[in-house]
Design a protein around this ligand. Structure first.
Ligand SMILES: *Cc1c(COP(=O)(O)O)cnc(C)c1O
Length: 366
């Protein structure tokens, strides 16, 4: 019996393929790789991922504690802003703490005096196709951008975090960005022990020049005498996971529309946020359908795809690339049934590791 839909299906073999590349990059560059939990935090997979990475990085106290508890290795604590109520627990669970501004460093630095302390610095340059995700957009709050202020705290920090990339699939573009950063703040980098270059590098994409990236990272580390960290999220889980759905109804209104037992806003939110289309494979054949969700949102559309046969009610569809920024964002909009989470083991068996029901929906509100 195939598993009931909807569910996210994580493929261990695909994850292993990405992790081989992570290992190659770590070995060739000397950089340490921390999983960015804001992208992917499905902790049942951590036993497979953790041996190929050096630890985790976080964007909140919850992520920090999850990394410490379920992943192990080196646990970096970062948050855009720590609150008075969080800081003690953050410090207690962190191997390094990274403040987002000089004012946060001044407010909480004392509490973290026994830890390596880092500062997120915003060098004012970035590579991003989306304004929404561009850390160097005007008036950005992501990292300290006042060089004079940074200079004033250099004796209190041992590292910087510089997260300037989003879906960068070009070593040349990455290297050019690093050149600009070196020109702007190289004198400061030379005074540090470690530098995290953040995430957003698509080094697991087919055809990516992994050796070129490794060489560039190594040159950077050697030039400034620093331990380099990367914080990949999407690169670790790209093309490892599908959202498995079933056709519930087919309606016609100028186009054939297949309604499935899922909803974009609830289960693949980023398609709406970034105005992108989902994808299926092979997306070939004479029969075209708009695949739409069952929520009451008019624009609840996964995309328009081609199929070899006409679709029928009950047919299964696999929506691709549902690993990063999906399970961490799922929500109960419209009360749509929450997809379960399943893993396809390397021996081919599919194991349901988590399911959600009405009680979870009730528990999510009060
Ligand atoms: C989002 C983010 C990451 C992970 O980015 P990916 O694009 O998923 O690799 C890493 N570090 C920081 C600081 C981030 O904000």
């Amino acid at each position: 019996m195939p598993l009931a839909t909807p569910h996210y299906l994580i493929d261990e073999a695909a994850l292993a393929r990405n992790l081989v590349i992570v290992d190659r990059l770590r070995a060739a560059s000397g950089a340490k790789c921390l999983l960015a939990l804001k992208c992917f935090a499905t902790w049942s997979t951590f036993p497979q991922i953790a041996p190929h990475m050096d630890g985790t990085t976080s964007s909140s106290l919850h992520e920090l504690k999850l990394g410490r508890e379920k992943f192990g290795g080196e646990t970096h604590a970062y948050s855009v802003a720590w609150s008075d109520g969080e800081i003690d627990e953050a410090v207690a669970n962190a191997d390094k703490i990274i403040f987002n501004s000089v004012s946060q460093l001044e407010r909480f630095g004392e509490k973290a005096a026994h830890l390596p302390v880092g500062l997120r610095v915003n060098p004012g340059v970035s590579h991003s196709h989306f304004d929404l995700a561009d850390p160097a957009r005007p008036f950005s709050r992501l990292g300290e951008s006042d060089r004079t202020k940074v200079e004033g705290v250099m004796d209190r920090v041992s590292g910087f975090m510089l997260h300037c990339n989003c879906e960068n699939d070009s070593v040349t573009a990455f290297s050019d960005l690093l050149n600009t950063i070196e020109t702007r703040i190289g004198d400061l980098l030379a005074r540090l022990d470690w530098v995290s270059l953040g995430g957003g590098i698509h080094f697991t994409k087919p055809g990516y020049d992994v050796d070129g990236l490794a060489a560039r990272l190594k040159a950077f580390a050697d030039k400034f005498g620093v331990q380099v960290y990367l914080e990949p999220g999407d690169a670790v889980v790209t093309d490892t996971t599908t959202l498995e759905v079933s056709v519930l109804d087919i309606v016609e209104n100028g186009k054939a529309v297949a309604i499935v037992d899922s909803a974009v806003e609830a289960h693949m939110l980023d398609l709406l946020v970034y105005r992108e289309s989902g994808s299926v494979a092979p997306d070939e054949g004479p029969h075209r359908y708009q695949i739409a969700g069952k929520s009451c949102l008019a624009g609840d559309i996964f995309g328009e795809f081609a199929f070899p046969q006409p679709l029928a009610i009950g047919d299964r569809i696999s929506l691709l690339n549902a690993g990063g920024y999906t399970m961490v964002k799922k929500n109960w909009f419209n009360g749509v049934a929450m997809p379960g989470i399943a893993i396809r083991r390397t021996n081919g068996t599919v194991e349901l590791i988590k399911s959600f029901d009405y009680a979870d929906y009730v528990a999510s509100l009060s």
